[in-house]
Design a protein around this ligand. Structure first.
Ligand SMILES: Nc1nc2c(c(=O)[nH]1)N[C@H]1C(S)=C(S)[C@@H](COP(=O)(O)OP(=O)(O)OC[C@H]3O[C@@H](n4cnc5c(=O)[nH]c(N)nc54)[C@H](O)[C@@H]3O)O[C@H]1N2
Ligand SMILES: Nc1nc2c(c(=O)[nH]1)N[C@H]1C(S)=C(S)[C@@H](COP(=O)(O)OP(=O)(O)OC[C@H]3O[C@@H](n4cnc5c(=O)[nH]c(N)nc54)[C@H](O)[C@@H]3O)O[C@H]1N2
Ligand code: SF4
Ligand SMILES: [Mo]
Length: 705
């Protein structure tokens, strides 16, 4: 912990989202009094977003869980008893030992939510425990991008803003609000100010769509068809990089044949985007050099997840923008111990790996050590293919954030033993047997950004201690030791020394640096090819061929759409897309933070004025949104920036101010409406469809009670 005295300004790095903004933390008499952006850190250059700034209110929030607690009434009854860390850890360890003896370690599922910067330690714990069952959000977010690019070109290619792209194609991403993963929007803003051209592919008129040279307002979920149409123009008009294609791609002829199955009249019909606009976008992207694709999560949350990722990678490749300055680049991190070395994936025996729930069905997910969560809920509820007896969740609120929330709720209520580590008593934590108090980024020592692909590390320092909160890595470290696992550390900082060792740095030295960056080197493929089986960009995937999937990208119609379900569409006539982010909340977080809730008090559903009028809905009215799975209430925002056939609802809503233990979890939670039926999954990744469903809307008399 930093030594505090009087007034100080301490350099650290925010992780209010996926992290990365350098922050100057102002401290007075042991208390944080102000946060401001650090101008010397290139990812944010002094800027910060509302969520980061509001951490001041989050860290000292009166409702934080500050001590380990255990359930003292029935599950979900809201009765808790404070216990010591010793009792909490011993309770968990004894339970796990019993489960392992009776059912095997696979009956314990370890989970996290979105990237929280402790994946390396979580996987190490799971691997040493011997369970192949780790759930994250990765099956439908980011890790699916890692998996698809791994088999196509060897790694995730990231926009190289420092290389001054002259054209940016923003695909299913609202980076100015989300700053997701490798990106802070400051960098995109800079290249736009330099005059870069902008193409946006989004069903909604976002800020970026509004200032784009070309905005393609597609039907939700039809991205693969659109991208194949763009490829069709690029190939048909000879706008591709012939030398790159010849030397560095595998399966060109077959790829061309597939692309020819998507002429623009067909693509226009599928996507609703006029053929002339597709042509313009294809020409602008292919002719402007260099150009990069800034891609987001929207394309991953449908049945076309892997193929969307593959076809966008193919576009980067055939235009010669892959690993080229200002294109999409494979950034090199500092020479650290890698995440997969640290996670000790090799410690998990082949026999245990084989037992991964759903593993043989979703082979790409198995390759990146992920389980699609429905397999876990099923195993809890039915005991098949084998029972799951314990779930340990860090930083995840699945009863709000996972599809088919009622099933999630039922499973987590039913599971024998649930451990949740969180800052607050969320609707998920309320179902737990033991809740562990987790530490925020202002309370931890860590190498931020370790799991991302931008080539940076952002040291993050422990500045304050709140109650008995522990950093998640410390929880795994101490549990591991008590379970008799070898390979744990005296203290977590020793783990960072171990990761840093090949760089010659230690945690003590690294923590004083605003950031650490690897060397950027372009066109590495000229020396060593791509890290795929053929050493080329696999337009035709040899891995997919081996696994029995279609080796070429293709468009699959969304299982629940007006095209695939015309009968159902008579009752549920609108396409519902869910989860487009708003700037002040991170998923289900922050509803209890006064500065943020004041900006955005209610859940919002976007509706076109013509559609609203049909149903007598006015701006600001509470409306019911209903799918065959249920109905919830959100507040209407009328906008012409959405197609009249589409409505867009927010995700992540619960009401911390509702003091019953369920905190109104099912009133406005859009995942009551989403479906986790495997028929809607991506065949290789098992990713859940969250972006395209059918719904109806109608006026609600009152707000949620
Ligand atoms: N403020 C804030 N920031 C966040 C988060 C948050 O909850 N709040 N969450 C974080 C996480 S985990 C993630 S994954 C990222 C996600 O960050 P983004 O990738 O930016 O995700 P979204 O805002 O969900 O969606 C981006 C855009 O995709 C559009 N879209 C919806 N359906 C489709 C479609 O079918 N095709 C196309 N092309 N576009 C579509 C939406 O209208 C939206 O404008 O954000 C991270 N950052
Ligand atoms: N319908 C619909 N649902 C979606 C999406 C969508 O677009 N539509 N998007 C999905 C996506 S992309 C994602 S990534 C998931 C996210 O799903 P989750 O990660 O499950 O969602 P969060 O709301 O971020 O839950 C995080 C919880 O972790 C706690 N927390 C935050 N930081 C820490 C920490 O450092 N340690 C610990 N122990 N706890 C912490 C917070 O208080 C919060 O309660 O949601 C998904 N859900
Ligand atoms: S964008 Fe993320 S890292 Fe930056 S200030 Fe906001 S929450 Fe923090
Ligand atoms: Mo995500």
């Amino acid at each position: 912990m930093v030594e505090l005295s009087g007034e100080q300004v301490i350099r650290s790095n925010c992780r209010g989202c996926h992290g990365g903004c350098g922050v100057l933390v102002h401290v007075k008499d042991g208390r944080i009094i102000k946060l401001e952006g650090d101008p010397e850190v290139p990812s944010n250059r002094g800027t910060m977003c509302s969520k980061g700034l509001a951490y001041l209110q989050l860290v000292y929030h009166p409702d934080r869980v500050k001590y380990p607690i255990k359930r003292s009434g029935k599950k979900g009854e809201g009765k808790w008893q404070r216990i010591s860390w010793d009792e909490a850890l011993d309770t968990i360890v004894n339970k796990y030992k019993e489960i392992i003896r009776k059912y095997g370690p696979e009956a314990i599922v370890i989970g996290q939510g979105t990237g929280r910067d402790y994946a390396e330690t979580l996987y190490r714990f799971a691997n040493l425990l011997g369970t192949p069952n780790v759930i994250t959000a990765g099956h439908m977010c980011y890790v699916s991008r890692l998996g698809a690019t791994l088999i196509t070109c060897g790694a995730l290619p990231v926009c190289d803003y420092d290389g001054h792209p002259k054209c940016v194609m923003v695909w299913g991403n609202n980076v100015v609000w989300t700053h997701a993963d490798e990106y802070k929007a400051e960098n995109l803003s800079r290249v736009l100010a330099e005059g870069a051209r902008l193409i946006v592919i989004d069903p909604r008129l976002t800020y970026l769509a509004g200032r784009a040279d070309i905005w393609l307002q597609l039907r939700p979920g039809t991205d693969t068809a659109l991208a194949l149409g763009i490829a069709n123009v690029i190939i048909g008009e000879g706008l591709y990089d012939k030398e790159f294609v010849e030397k560095y791609t595998h399966g060109w002829d077959k790829f061309v044949e597939r692309v020819q199955e998507y002429p623009l009249d067909k693509v226009e019909k599928i996507t609703w985007v006029p053929a002339a606009k597709i042509k313009d976008a294809a020409r602008l992207y292919a002719k402007t050099k260099p150009a990069c694709i800034q891609w987001g999560v929207a394309i991953e949350q449908t049945i076309n997840c892997t193929d969307n990722n593959r076809i966008l990678t193919d576009l980067m490749a055939i235009t010669g923008n892959l690993d080229a300055p200002g294109g999409n680049v494979f950034f090199t991190p500092p020479p650290l111990r890698t995440l997969s070395q640290f996670a000790m994936h090799r410690e998990l025996s082949a026999e245990q790996r084989e037992k991964q729930l759903g593993g043989n069905t979703y082979k790409l997910a198995q390759r990146v050590a992920l389980v699609t969560p429905k397999m876990v809920w099923d195993a809890i509820l039915t005991g098949k293919p084998y029972p799951v007896k314990a779930v340990q969740l860090h930083g995840s609120n699945p009863v709000i954030t996972r599809a088919n929330a009622r099933e999630v709720y039922k499973a987590l209520k039913q599971v024998d033993f649930l451990v949740v580590a969180d800052f607050f008593l969320t609707p998920t934590a309320e179902l737990a047997d033991v809740v562990l108090p987790a530490a925020t980024w202002l309370e931890v020592n860590y190498l931020g950004g370790y799991f991302l692909r931008h080539g940076y590390l952002f040291p993050r320092k422990k500045i304050v201690q709140i109650g008995e909160c522990w950093q998640d890595q410390k929880i795994f470290n101490e549990l591991g030791k008590r379970l008799g696992q070898k390979n744990w550390f005296d203290k977590v900082e020793d783990a960072w020394d171990y990761i840093l060792e090949p760089t010659g740095l230690t945690w003590e030295k690294a923590k004083e640096m605003p950031y650490i960056r690897g060397e950027t080197e372009y066109r590495k493929y000229e020396k060593k090819g791509f890290s795929t089986p053929t050493k080329k960009v696999e337009l035709y995937s040899t891995m997919f061929e081996e696994w029995g999937y279609d080796p070429l990208p293709r468009y699959r119609e969304i299982p629940e759409s007006p095209v695939s379900k015309p009968e159902m569409a008579k009752e549920y006539p609108y396409i519902l897309t869910t989860g487009a982010r708003c700037p002040v909340f991170f998923h289900s977080e922050h509803r209890m933070i006064p500065w943020l809730r004041e900006i955005h008090p209610d859940p919002i559903v976007e509706i076109h004025p013509q559609t609203a009028e049909k149903h007598g809905i006015k701006d600001g009215d509470w409306v019911f949104i209903e799918s065959p799975r249920g109905r919830i209430k959100q507040r209407a925002k009328l906008t012409t920036g959405i197609d009249p056939r589409v409505v867009a609802a927010q995700h992540g809503w619960w009401f911390p101010e509702v003091k019953t233990p369920d905190h109104g979890w099912d009133k406005s939670n859009i995942n009551i409406l989403t479906d986790n039926d495997p028929a809607g999954y991506d065949v290789a990744m098992g990713s859940t469809n969250l972006r395209v469903l059918l719904c109806k809307i109608y006026l609600a008399e009152e707000e949620p009670e």
